[in-house]
Design a protein around this ligand. Sequence first.
Ligand SMILES: [Zn+2]
Length: 140
Amino acid sequence: MPDDTDLLSAACHCGAVRFQVRLSDGFKTARRCNCSYCRMRGAIAVSAHLDDMQIVEGEENLTLYQFNTGTAKHYFCKICGIYTHHQRRSDPTQFGVNVACLEGVSPFDFTEVPVLEGVRHPSDGRTGSGLAGVLRYTSS
Ligand SMILES: [Zn+2]
């Protein structure tokens, strides 16, 4: 994996959307979420401040999806359908970024990924740790 303090290059599957991102706390922020949308999407997301992400190519190919309160903004490439990033509902100053879009990074590089309790969202008055569980990956 690349150095997670570097400015990282990223793209969707077809390459129409290209962006650069500097992560707010490196790969340590890798998370999944069990909310109704994320459980279907299935991506591992890492965190970046809004200012630390720059779309360098193909912004016109990004499509926005919103649901429920509409606070979170989920972006994906309209050509290949791959989720690139989303503006968080829990912290709108942050983007969640699809780790699988980062150059040189695979979602299977992470042996353990915490799963956040997204069903009972903090904005809905959730209490507790917010951790629903941990996903583990073991290569054969
Ligand atoms: Zn694409």
